[in-house]
Design a protein around this ligand. Structure first.
Ligand code: DC
Length: 233
């Protein structure tokens, strides 16, 4: 068994299940790299919207993806993402991007291109003998099916909506209408992400399910670190 910080940990789950906070917490605690694959699909969506391409026009989205460069940092304390050399870490979180990202991420050419980059980041971490925590929707099933540990994070949809509404309001207590609208948008995005033909949001057969509904972030990070400590390689 080697040190837990040389592991590849795949974390999948629906929107608002706590993936980003948990993955960054685990990577920081175990001295590992961190890759947010959702940020890459969001960056591609920024490119599509900026070019005025219709997100429903798969061929046009695919053609644009071929000429778009997306790079992602792997430092859990400062996640960075660049689109054609431009820092888009902030603009990827806009509501317009969130509304369009599921359609863009369902395009085969987009996934082919981004999965290639994601696998090369995992390879680079392995090569450097550093561990990496990778979060997304298809990490344990498609991107790194050979991951040392697979986690599928879930949480009650009402709790997920509350968390997302809080994030969208930059920490201010959200209005009930805003939580209700976020709840509806979140369920719609989950249905789209889980229902698409290519690499849908799915739980790998050998994933450990962690329900974050009733736990604090620190408690969930500890649960995942305990699972990582128990991995035999
Ligand atoms: O995790 P997130 O909300 O930032 O992800 C944005 C979208 O990207 C999500 O709705 C689905 C898509 N996505 C994907 O299809 N595959 C991944 N590995 C990660 C995200």
């Amino acid at each position: 068994m080697s040190a837990s910080n040389a592991l590849v940990i795949a974390v999948d789950g629906p929107a608002g299940s706590g993936k980003s906070s948990v993955c960054r917490g685990v990577a920081t605690k175990l001295g590992m790299r961190y890759l947010d694959t959702g940020a890459m699909y969001r960056a591609m969506t920024v490119a599509v919207l900026a070019a005025g391409v219709d997100v429903a026009d798969e061929a046009a989205v695919e053609a644009l993806a071929e000429h778009t460069s997306i790079t992602c940092g792997t430092d859990p304390s400062a996640p960075e993402v660049w689109l054609d050399g431009r820092d888009v870490a902030e603009s990827i979180r806009g509501l317009e991007v969130t509304a369009a990202v599921s359609a863009v991420s369902a395009v085969q050419g987009v996934r082919r291109r981004l999965v290639e980059i994601q696998r090369s980041q995992v390879q680079a971490a392995r090569h450097a003998e550093v561990g990496i925590v990778v979060e997304g929707r298809d990490i344990g099933t498609v991107v790194v099916p050979e991951a040392d540990l697979k986690i599928y994070l879930v949480a009650d949809p009402a709790v997920r909506a509350q968390r997302r509404a809080l994030e969208n309001g930059a920490g201010k207590p959200p209005e009930p209408e805003s939580v209700a609208a976020t709840h509806e948008a979140l369920l719609k995005r989950d249905a789209y992400d889980a229902g698409r033909d290519i690499s849908p949001l799915a739980q790998a057969d050998d994933a450990r399910v962690v329900d974050t509904t009733d736990f604090t972030l620190i408690e969930v990070v500890e649960q995942v670190c305990a699972l990582a400590a128990g991995v035999q390689r």
